[in-house]
Design a protein. Structure first.
Length: 135
């Protein structure tokens, strides 16, 4: 058996967030002259870990920690984006060939204001754990 891949799981999360009408970036917001949306989400995935699902040591169970940082120009916008993220991940994401659990919310640090950018932005990181096994 091959180890489970992280990227299809991330694409499934991105798809669920995009279906909730959220602009989603991976690993950071793009730099450049183009203005960013008033609210958006940034995925920061971990590497995931494959663990044995039987005594045969087949490493087919995937545990993936990821952070969805909700960003907005207002505190209410960041909080509202977090609500939309939670709603989008309330059902298990679909990954081909895998059975997935509903994302488990793990919390995260409190709302923060970044005055190093103009205009200031508000950030609210929300951390999740995803698990899947072969279907």
């Amino acid at each position: 058996m091959t180890s489970p891949a992280v990227l299809p799981h991330l694409e499934a999360v991105r798809g669920a967030l995009a279906a909730a009408q959220l602009t989603v970036y991976l690993g950071g917001a793009p730099a450049g002259p183009a203005p960013l949306p008033k609210t958006f989400a940034v995925l920061y995935p971990g590497p995931g870990s494959a663990s044995p699902s039987s005594l045969a040591d087949d490493r087919t169970t995937l545990d993936l920690l990821l952070q969805v940082t909700c960003v907005a120009t207002t505190p209410e916008g960041a909080l509202g984006t977090a609500d939309r993220v939670r709603a989008a991940l309330a059902a298990p994401v679909a990954v081909a060939g895998r059975a997935t659990w509903r994302a488990e919310e793990l919390g995260g640090p409190p709302l923060q204001r970044d005055d190093d950018v103009t205009p200031p932005l508000f950030y609210l990181p929300v951390q999740f754990r995803l698990r899947s096994i072969p279907a």
